[in-house]
Write a protein of this length. Structure first.
Length: 135
């Protein structure tokens, strides 16, 4: 339960059930796929249940992206190639958007701006920006 950032047994059972269903191969639960998806969640180190849900989605989208990449490598016709390429592109963009959503959620959507005051007297010179001295 700690890996899924929850103390709620109902949430835990719901998420693990969803993970098991996502990790199925046909009608059979594929333990390796389910464990991979849980390892993605652990890697994200969710801080609450909402981050856990997003991490599960990210793992599922990643798995679908890799599946579509494999399909793209084995197409036989141009229409198959076009369909696989479109799906792969959408999945990859979705994953990137999920990463950005996680980042925004964790930072509270706030940006940090640093304002520094510089005074240059008449006849003086100033450099604005970061300065490094050579050796």
């Amino acid at each position: 339960m700690a890996d899924l950032a929850t103390m709620d047994p109902a949430f835990y059972m719901g998420v693990t059930g969803q993970v098991a269903r996502i990790g199925t191969n046909g009608a059979t639960i594929d333990e390796d796929n389910s464990n991979f998806l849980l390892s993605v969640v652990r890697a994200v180190q969710p801080r609450d249940e909402l981050e856990t849900l997003l991490a599960v989605q990210m793992g599922a989208i990643h798995a679908a992206t890799m599946n579509m990449a494999r399909r793209l490598n084995h197409v036989e016709t141009i229409p198959q190639q076009d369909a696989a390429e479109r799906a792969l592109n959408k999945l990859a963009r979705t994953y990137a958007m999920q990463m950005e959503a996680l980042k925004r959620y964790r930072t509270g959507g706030q940006q940090k701006v640093i304002v520094e005051h510089v005074t240059v007297n008449q006849g003086g010179q100033a450099i604005v920006g970061s300065v490094e001295q050579g050796r």
